[in-house]
Structure formats: structure tokens, C-alpha cells
Design a protein around this ligand. Sequence first.
Ligand code: ADP
Ligand code: MG
Length: 614
Amino acid sequence: MTDIIQLLPDHVANQIAAGEVVQRPASVVKELLENAIDAGATKITLVVKDAGKTLVQVTDNGIGMSVTDARLCFERHATSKIKSADDLFNLHTKGFRGEALASIAAIAHVELKTRTEASEVGTKICIEGSEVTSQEAAVVPKGTTISVKNLFYNIPARRNFLKSNPVETRHIIDEFHRVALAHPQVAFSMLHNNDDVFNLPASNARQRIVNIFGSKTNEKLVPVSEETEIVKVEGFVIKPQYAKKSRGEQFFFVNDRFIKSPYLHHAVSNAFEGLLKDGLQPGYFLFLAVDPHSIDINIHPTKTEIKFDDEHAIYAMLRATIKHSLGQFSIAPVLDFNKDSGFDTPYDYSKKQPVAPTIEVDKNFNPFQKESLQRNNSAGYKREKGSSWESLYVGLKQEEGVVSGLENIEFESEEVSGRLFDTAVDVDGQITFQLHNKYIISPIKSGMMVIHQHLAHQRILYEELLKNITLQEAVSQQLLFPLTLHFSNPDLEILEKVKEQLEHTGFAFSEIGGEQLSINGIPVNLLESQVGDVLERLINDIKEEVPDAGFSQNDLLAKSMAKSMAVRTGTALNRSEQEHLVNQLFACKEPSIAPNNKPVLVTFDVTDFDKKFN
Ligand code: ADP
Ligand code: MG
């Protein structure tokens, strides 16, 4: 048999390597920023167009490259940073694998302009799909500018795989934050489509954090500082009372490199134990310095995971140090999570005369139609044709005389409901009970139905919110004193974009800007104490997925708010609350699935039980 193994041509090898190093525009941002840091730059500018899909450009004032180096830097395994395998365990640079520029040049149009201090003229090189298309002498400032255009131009599958611009921009900003936080002594700026996004002067760690996350962050930081033989820890944790539901600000840096470490995260969470309400996440910016010999960075192509020789000792030290810092700043005693929730009841609500709903709704209008059709196809969910929920109960009443309120389904659905539990539904026979503060069990004609209370309430609120946003008819509860909340400016911009929809749910804003938000009115079924959580989750959800079409943005907003507002698992519901929830659920257009596509309820047949007793 003839030999069949061949060496891959370089450009193919580079494209394959690129698959590992460059997943999205943000990966290019990371590699270029890190190269600029390694080049000793004190000022770095990032310019991005169309979320990096059209252009990612990094300019630095670092050491620059000679003509030969400018040509060589695009070769695979070409690096000035290590010379032998031993150097891998004595790294003082971000890069060392020598594959970033080769990979990027294989899948984009790249232009490099560079000049060293010593030479008067610099070099300009253009390279496309690993082919050098031009090289010439050029008059350029000292330092390096690399422009990466049309990423994945020759790999359409990868290009099509990229997410929407807001999502890709989010990833870029995350990478920018990580490098900028690790190097506060370097000035950074970022422009996106010619708009200034960040302008960070050289400063210290605390100032850098504040410049990125907003001036209100300053008072939230508790300093952490400790040094042992194996590790030095500096940085800050966020005071527990400012903890967020979302992962938010969680940063580990080891020797000035951002890393992900579930293990060390656990150490921090552990130190916060007892200080955070359920479901809240600790925030932290922790800078660890260890002997480069004691870690292995070369375990992942993107170098965001590392292996420590002495992981356990670092864990223990980190936990103890953070506990100590939190204690020293007497965080623990000022916390009072058990305060009387009565204080949070909106003061004006009890006195307020409920406004009789006067909205005339077009009964045939169904904003969910398009969506439920999609669901039927994609999630394989099918609502049985011709089956209506009322029929589940038909006969039950006559047989047992216990159903009440269900015949009012039609009426209920047209009501602009107030808060979930303010209307006691008087029933004269028990038809529901609650199991483990999580499920509501209800007998039905064929057997029994188990309803997930949190998901059911999500469905109810989701339909109601979506209706309000679409019909623009929500009732708002006016606040006696405006509520002021603090957010970073980028987060406020996100809220600004959905301001109108929020107003349709019942929010009224008097001021947005300058890192704060003043609220005069909130939706009727929302507690004032929930407002912060609702908006925070919303910002986060939008950051993660920003749909472009108007309809789906409304949908996202309704889903996000419903999720924050829905009654939690673990909440005890009395009988009339249970009944009310069930009634409202069956007044929904799509009672059986939650907005996140999970089932809201399951039914069990009496015959199933019969079999068990045989
Ligand atoms: P690595 O960073 O792992 O060495 P890269 O492919 O990112 O590999 O870069 C290859 C080489 O190009 C670097 O080792 C460095 O010598 C040079 N280089 C890259 N970017 C710059 C820059 N901004 N300024 C000066 N030299 C650079
Ligand atoms: Mg590099």
C-alpha cells in the first residue's frame, strides 16, 4: 500500500490552530491587547467596528518590531517570549505560544504597522489568509498598530456562527475589562463605531475598578491584602449587601493574567458564607501573585485556566484572608437580613382604591400566536387539539361539588390583575393543597394535576406583562418618594433602550443618567423592594441576549421580569392563594408551559394509581 500521510501545508495548519485560539472577535481583542502589554506599552487604544466583525484594531506605544520580526511574527511558533521548554515555567509575559498572530492572519485581512525606537522608518505589512500581499517601509510612530479586518472572511461557517452585535460587543468589553483591570498602570481607551466607550487613565487598582464600573463602586469595595510564602493576595471584595443575583463582577488574576477557577471561586463563596442571602453571588477583584515555577499556564490554548502546584494551600489562605477582611470591616454585624418585610410593603398601596379595569380587549388578538406556533415545532410541544382545560374539570363539580371559580375563567383573563395574593378567592371546598412549598396539587376529572408554583406564576406574569407592553395599558402605582437606584452608565444605557417598554409595564422614570435612576412609579404587582432585583436581572438578560426585532425584545423583557417577580419555590401559599394561582393560570392562553419552555404542570391518571394498587 502506498503511503498516505502528508504534512499539512502551513496555511491549513494555521487555520486549524485558529479554531482553538480565535473563537470570536473578542478572542482577537484579547490576543492583541496582551501582545501590546508584553511589548511594554503604557498606552493602548482599541478600536472596534461592528462588534469586531469588520475591524479590531489595537495601537500601542510599546517596543515595536524590526523589519525581520515584523515578517516573522506571523509564522507559527514564532515568539520572542520563550526560548526553551524550561521557560514555560518561568513566564513573565502574557503570550508564549507564538500562535496568535499566525492564527489570526490565517482567517482575516491583517495590516501591521510597527517601528522600534532605534529605527527611523517603520514597516507596514499586509497579509490575507496567511499570504503576505505587501510589505513596505512606512513612516509610523514608535510602537505597533495591528488591524484585523473581516474576521472569518474565508470561513463562512464560523462567520455565520457569530452572535448578534450586542452579544459580540459584550464579549469584547469583557476581554477589555479583564486586561485593563490587570494592568491599571497602563492607560487604555476603547472606541466602538467611532464612539468613546472607555477612556481609562493610568491609575491604581482601586481607581481602575471605579473608572470601569462607576463611581458608586468605590464605597462597595473592601480591601483584601495578605502575603504568605506561596502566594500574595491583593484586591477587593464587594460588601455583601451589594451582592448581585448574577455572576457580575468576579475576577481572579494570577500574575496579572485573568483566569477562571471554579475551585478558587468556591473558596471565596465559602468565606462569604452566612453573609449572603440565598441565590446572591459574591463580587470580587482578586490579584494573586505566585512564583511562576509553581503554576502551569500551558493547559489551555486561551490560557484562562491554570494549574497550581499547591491548590489546597491557596484555597485555605484565600478563604481565611477574605473572611478576615470582611470581619475587619465589620461587615457582618450591620447586616440584618431578617428585617420585618412589612417595611417593604408599599405604603400607598393599602390606601389606594383599586381602579376598576376598563380596558376593552380584542378577544381574538393573541400576541403569543406566532410564538406558540414556533414552540410547537421546535420544542416538540403540542397542545392536544380540541382539548380545553376546562374539560379537565368537567364532571368533577357534579360528582364532588367542590369546584368553584373555574367557570369564571373567561372573566378572569380579561382582568388587569393586581398583586397575586391580594384577592382572596373564597371557596367552599378544598380543591388544592401545597406540597413541599413547591407544588400545588389539584384533583381533576381523570386523576390529579401537579402544578409547579414558581413556573405557573411566571407564565401568568409573563402573559400579563406582554399584554401590557403590547397594548400599552398597564396601571402604575405612584411612589410617594421617588426611588433612586445606582447603576453603571453602560447599564443605564441598556435600560434607556427599553425605557418605553418598561413604562408600558407600569414603570415611571423621572431621571436616567449620571450613574443613577429615579423611579416615580412601578407596576402594580411589583413590590418596591423587588425593583432593584428586577432591573438588575433585566440588564443582565439583555446583555446576554439582545434580540433585534421589536417583538422579541418585548418578549425578553416580559420573560425576564416575570422570572424575577414570580413567587419563589419555598414560599408557603394559603388555600386562597393556591386557588387564585390556579385560576389565573388557567386564564392564560398557554397554561401548560412556562416562558422558558419548561412544563408548568403534569397530570396523573387515576388508572395509573389503580395499577399501583393491584
Ligand atoms: P506570542 O505572544 O505567544 O509570542 P503572538 O503570535 O501573539 O505570539 O506574537 C508573536 C510575536 O510577535 C511576539 O512574540 C512578539 O515578539 C511579536 N509581537 C506581537 N505583537 C507585538 C506588539 N504589539 N509589539 C511588539 N511585538 C509584538
Ligand atoms: Mg501573543
